[in-house]
Design a protein. Structure first.
Length: 162
């Protein structure tokens, strides 16, 4: 069975992770690290902890390098937490990344719609519908899209919009 550690970082974050030897004596390699988050049910006020991916978009998949100077404490994890960690890790591996990517795509889509509406409004176009998502459906975006006209007339290829 793999040994798990509870690590408290200098920024206050707490992790449950496996540790692997690093080539540098200044680092730890965290394998499948999960961050401890407190959550509270707004209706009951009951607080619980959940374990979430510590670095969900890490290209190294399950390894994170951590400078030892960032660690305040390190301790072994009891059996109950080991079971909870394994269940959380299984769930994360099956569903976590997909859910994160869905949230990111939704946020990016909403930001694009919002930006598009603000540009149209600043160009003098009136949005007939207050619901931006309904206004910018695929059916609404035709070749006569005023947004495309505005950009082709007013924005050069080297312009960055913030």
């Amino acid at each position: 069975m793999t040994t798990l550690y509870h690590i408290k970082l200098s920024n206050g974050e707490e992790l449950i992770t496996e540790l692997r030897p690093a080539t540098s004596s200044d680092e730890y390699i965290l394998k499948n690290p999960m961050i401890i988050q407190d959550v509270q049910d707004p209706t009951t006020g009951i607080t619980a902890i959940v374990l979430l991916d510590y670095a969900p978009f890490n290209e190294m998949k399950n390894a994170v390098f951590l400078n030892k100077s960032q660690v305040i404490s390190k301790s072994l994890v009891d059996t109950a937490m080991q079971d909870y960690y394994r269940s959380s890790l299984d769930y994360s591996l099956l569903y976590g990344h997909r859910e994160s990517m869905t949230k990111i795509k939704r946020a990016a889509d909403n930001l694009a719609l919002y930006t598009k509406s603000r540009v149209l409004e600043s160009a003098g176009y009136k949005l007939e519908d207050s619901n931006i998502e309904e206004y910018f459906t695929e059916e609404e975006l035709t070749e006569d899209d005023p947004f495309e006209d505005f950009f082709s007339e007013n924005v050069s290829a080297n312009t960055t919009i913030h």
